[in-house]
Design a protein around this ligand. Sequence first.
Ligand SMILES: [Zn+2]
Ligand SMILES: [Zn+2]
Length: 267
Amino acid sequence: MIDAHCHLNFRTFEKDVDKVIQEALDSGVKAIINVGTQIDSSKKTINLAEKYKNIYAAVGVHPHHTDKLNNNDWLKELENLAKHKKVVAIGEIGLDYFSYKSNGITDPILQKKLFIQQIELAYRLKLPLQIHNRHAEKDIADILDNHKLYLLSPPGMIHCFSGSLDFLRKVLDLGFYIGFDGNITYKGVAPGETTSLLDLAKYTPVEKILTETDSPYLSPIPFRGLRNTPKNVIIVKEFLASLKNFDAEKFQTQIDNNFERVFKVEL
Ligand SMILES: [Zn+2]
Ligand SMILES: [Zn+2]
């Protein structure tokens, strides 16, 4: 079992990150990708990955933070970080057009520019992508289409998938794997979305699914609203296995294989 995307470097884990990791490993989680969202948090993900054999790092600048880079050397800095042997992906990168209470929407032109720069960097370093999309599927699809030559095979994953069936078909066609999280257990359709996660997960072939938590966010039911931790990926896995009418053990083996294939990691 794997948690392909979480944020153990966030402040909420400051005091007990080692315990949180141990609990996940004891529960049978075999690998965790801890994901950076800025240069600083990307450095921290590498530090943690150096400490634990089963923890890997993804480094990148999240669209929400694209306006917070205070020097022009960020891309060079990111490239140096990405060369570390525990870095298995560039992420999370992408586009986010949701208006956050803290700072609204980051300039879309800047978001697109940095998304493309990081796609090109990943291609140079032969690393798969972890893509974040929130209410931006059309622009993401256009950018990926225009940068097909910069996509590896497989190109990576769309993490915490949401969007339309058309977008899902599009990214599957491009070879992407699809990450589902604890919000798959929530009822209904999230505000601003058109298609339920249940329908999207039903459509996604098991050979293309990855399980993740996005900890500390998106705790599955019955822990909704509480801090999420990688161990809860078990709930995500069991929910998806039953949704797909799959034996839980076989499902887990398939997801582990998918993980090894995308991130070139041996479990
Ligand atoms: Zn994200
Ligand atoms: Zn995330």
